[in-house]
Design a binder for this molecule. Sequence first.
Ligand code: SF4
Length: 891
Amino acid sequence: MAAGETLLTSARLAGIHIPALCSDPRVKPLGACRMCLVQVEGERRPVAACSTMVREGMKVETHTPEIERFRKGFLELLAGGYPAEALCEMPEKPFHKLLAEYGVACSQGITASIDDRHPYIHIDMSRCILCGRCVRICEEVQGQFVWSAWGRGDAIELRAGLVGSLLESSCTSCGTCVNSCPTGALDDKRVIALGTPTKWTRSVCPYCGTGCEIDVGTRNSTLIQVKPVLHAAVNKGHLCSKGRYAFEYLHAPDRVLHPMIRRHGRWENVSWNEAIAAAAHALHKTIAAHGPDSVGVLGSARSTNEEAYLAQKFARVVVGTNNVDCCARVCHAPSAAALKAMLGTGAATNCFDDIERARTILLWGCNPTENHPVVGARIKAAALRDTNLIVVDPRKTELAELADIHLQIRPGTDIPVLLAIAATIVEERLFNPDFVDQSIENWEAFRDFVGQWRAESVAPICGVEPEVLRAAGRMYAQAGPAMSFHGLGLTEHVQGTEGVMCLVNLALLTGNLGRPGSGINPLRGQNNVQGAAVMGCDPGALTGSTPLMSAIARFQTEWDCELPIRTGFDVLQMMDAARQKRLKVLWVIGYDVLLTNPDMALTRNAFSNLEDVIVQDMFLNETARDHGTIFLPACSSFEKDGTFMNAERRVQRVRAALYPAGESKPDWNIICNVAYAMGGGKHFAFASPEDVWNEIRAVWPAVAGISYSRLDEQCLQWPCTSESHGGTAILFGSGWTAGKKFHLYCPDSQVATEQPDREFPFILITGRTLQQFNAGTMTGRTLHRVLRPIDSLDVSPCDAESLGIHDAEHVSVRSHYGEITLPARITSTVPAGVVFATFHDPESRLNLVTGSGRDRTTNTPEYKLTAVALQKQVYCASEILCEEELFSTTH
Ligand code: SF4
């Protein structure tokens, strides 16, 4: 037995079974059920193994006759009134197994107390034994406090929320209480309906960049259940509702399972040979007529690293163009560019485990409890303990409510605020003097520069009191280690890259780099967006984010061919080129460009100029529906092998739990087939994803040490340069500053950005919510529709009052670019003059109104700031009879 562990954990590690009912390794031990009592030599009474720590020389008896009698007696008490049929229905439940083990029979069943209103969770409180695991796991892991005990004595019962309905409570539907429940009082409806899984496969969640590990349960070619991996590096036995439940899209009736070609305006099913030949022909013919740069390829942040690598290799080697990009362009390209420019590596510097090591966490323009929920829950738990929390966000997010300091800045004022914080750190001498002396090459220039941005000067710009700005600077600089996370609220602006560079300034000034609990950490949006970009789906960089010009000679040798030299078009430039009829064919892999790019009218115009649009996806998404000419049906991540890379540079194995449905194929296989059809087969002679990964290891030294066989044992964070290297949790670790000089960034000007005016007096911010994901392609085909059915427009109570808008009333949102209608949600999470909307529902077409502003370094669109006008819609008998101009011109 190991010191530092509880007796229960140590016994389990040693293969000794001690029964326990109220214990779950994810929560603090309670020692309430007494099933785990053991006799320790020298102790007068038995002790609870779950709450007793191992000591040197301890002698423990786990199954004395007296203890076993006690356990049986306790089980008999619990079995009184427990429904007997539960044991037959769910013999695998831990409580039922214990009853069987101790030969305890149940009395006949009592009336079931069922709540079936939640779309995923079945509740039958006649099976509750009051172990309290649901209560504690909801509080300690999810930080949500949904479950509580009501009543007294024999009448005590557990209820969800105030009215006893899980669906109407504050439950986030993460399912962790269900996962912990030992009896089946809480259970997954799908398991009840379809039976328990017969096979389990370990893989990775297909949604956000957190990268939670999952166990995928299948039965008869159907995905039945997804469970969190208890000791996973990232999620440690936790998932959010999307990872846990939003997988039914896999079996959706409208999933496309045959290759198709659009002929005379109609989609026709064709054979794979025909579809591949058509794609190859479209590409060949265009290259011959207009040159390779008339073709574009968009890799997918949903596909594996191996597939993203092949997509960019295909563009460069087979087509002969650098016109290859992915959706990192529209989210965190500014983070990668800023971190690369200032620190040399364009990725997160630290790991999620540092959340528990930081004394201060700074969240800038991100909303992790909604968008990276497992990370959000860890940050929330840290804040509920004693970690300082600073949130910078125009909206009052859940974590902003909990924060010690919330800088509720005006949208688009991030750079002045970052400079004001830096100015406070400089003026009040809160910087790290040794580091500044030895490692900053432009200290005097920077000191003079930020002197112009004192908190008192910035306060009128950003709308936050100078003392609050200064307090944020003091907390970040003085209560270290301080760790920052940032999101698209910082990057999706016309100076997004410069915003991240100013955030790096703060870390450099205060020495919050290269040590546990510190660093700069972009929260990447999609499961493999970090991987797709770093694999080379980038018009200016090859695999490993190596700039084109510096790496081209090496890659020509590695790939044994000539490579194009001219920097390619990014996705926004591809749209521009299509409008100018310079781009003729686009191959889009797992990416609904039409629905997600800004200024949809302009995007549509670009697509309508293309001669061929090859779409590779699971569904006929909006891009395919409106503009596709060839459709190649891809399979899901549950149906293929490969790797994903999460937001903290962690490479994890994706494993097939099911065979590809219908005729769908993995992306890697489709790309190789098209390459063969175009005569490039010798560069694509891969038999498996592992083959592809081994080539990636050969061309990118930072992952050379990450083999599939090592990944079967543990996930690894790059750099990991050899098979004996343990991976790198924290970049720029010990001695990282030795001999290095860093340049603090002084933005040369503030670029004019779209501002509200008399005609468009409100600022629209767009983003995601907890229960849906991006364009809704996946979550929109699941019962998450019940949890969050529609997009809505968040309007502040004071704007709603002045406009006469009530909850759920329809409001027209009009900008310079277009107009849509959304139902209003009156909420104080947005300040006056600012509205917020999601873009999950294809019907909403939110991007009809978002604007044309682009980050001046990376072209990332400015989704976080569009000037709009609001107009209440008045409906009568399904018709708009009258419209009342209601927007105020005072904002
Ligand atoms: Fe999946 Fe992200 Fe939720 Fe984890 S936090 S389960 S990776 S969506």
